[in-house]
Design a protein around this ligand. Structure first.
Ligand SMILES: CC(C)(COP(=O)(O)OP(=O)(O)OC[C@H]1O[C@@H](n2cnc3c(N)ncnc32)[C@H](O)[C@@H]1OP(=O)(O)O)[C@@H](O)C(=O)NCCC(=O)NCCS
Length: 184
C-alpha cells in the first residue's frame, strides 16, 4: 500500500463519510466499471474464468438491476455489490449468487462491504432465496476473511483445468487452411 493510500484509508476510518447505499442505476455503470478495473486485477483474478468486463457488467445490470447496489460518498461511487437470483431446473430452491463485491481501497475496513452484503441478503430473502453463494480465488485472503466473518462457510474446492489447443490436429489443420487461403 502506498503512503497516499494509507493516509486516505486512515482518513476514511477516522472520519467515516456519509455513505449512502442505493440501487444501482444505468448512469452508475461507468463508475462501477472503473472501480472494478482497479480492484479486479490479474493479481486478484488469476484465472480467465472470471473476468471483469463491461459486457458482463451491462448484462448483469440488464437482467438483475434490483440486486445490484452501490455505495456513494460525496456523489462518488465508492463500493458496489452485484448479485443475481439463480434458479436451477428441477430444483425448487432459489439461490442468491453474489457475483461481484468491491470497495474503494480508501474505504476498506469501514464496514461498507458489510452494509452492502446485509442489504443484498435482505433482497435475496425477499425474492425467496434459501441459499446464498459466493466464490473467490483461494489466495484472495481479504475477501475470504470478510466472507467467513460474514457467516459464509461450507467451503468447497473447485479445480480449473486447461489444455492448450494449439497442438490439437484440428487446430493445426485449420491454421494451415487459413494460411493457404491467404496465400491464394
Ligand atoms: C473484501 C472486501 C469487499 C471487504 O470490504 P470492506 O469494506 O473492507 O469490509 P468490512 O469493512 O465490511 O469488513 C468487515 C469485516 O470483514 C473482515 N475483513 C475485511 N477485510 C479484511 C482483511 N483485509 N483482512 C482480514 N479481515 C478482513 C474483518 O473481520 C472486518 O471487520 P473489522 O474491520 O471490524 O475487523 C474488500 O477488501 C475488497 O473490495 N476487496 C477487493 C475486491 C474483492 O476481492 N472482492 C471479493 C470477491 S468478488
Amino acid at each position: 500500500m502506498t503512503d497516499k493510500q494509507k493516509k486516505s484509508r486512515r482518513r476514511a476510518k477516522s472520519q467515516p463519510a456519509n455513505i449512502e447505499i442505493r440501487e444501482m442505476q444505468l448512469k452508475d455503470i461507468p463508475a462501477v466499471f472503473e472501480l472494478g478495473q482497479k480492484l479486479f486485477t490479474a493479481e486478484h483474478l488469476p484465472t480467465l474464468y472470471r473476468s471483469w468486463d463491461e459486457h458482463e457488467l451491462v448484462a448483469l445490470f440488464d437482467t438483475d438491476n434490483e440486486t445490484c447496489l452501490v455505495a456513494e460518498a460525496d456523489d462518488r461511487i465508492i463500493a458496489f455489490i452485484l448479485g443475481r437470483i439463480m434458479e436451477k431446473p428441477r430444483n425448487a430452491w432459489r439461490y442468491g449468487w453474489l457475483e461481484w463485491l468491491g470497495v474503494d481501497p480508501a474505504f476498506k475496513r469501514t464496514g461498507v462491504a458489510t452494509r452492502l452484503l446485509n442489504q443484498l441478503t435482505n433482497l435475496f430473502i425477499e425474492r425467496d432465496a434459501r441459499i446464498m453463494l459466493v466464490d473467490t480465488d483461494v489466495k484472495n485472503h481479504s475477501a475470504l476473511a470478510f466472507f467467513r466473518k460474514s457467516g459464509f462457510g461450507q467451503e468447497m474446492r473447485h479445480v480449473y483445468l486447461s489444455q492448450n489447443l494449439e497442438a490439437h490436429p484440428k487446430y493445426i489443420e485449420r491454421k494451415h487452411a487459413q494460411r493457404s487461403s491467404r496465400a491464394d
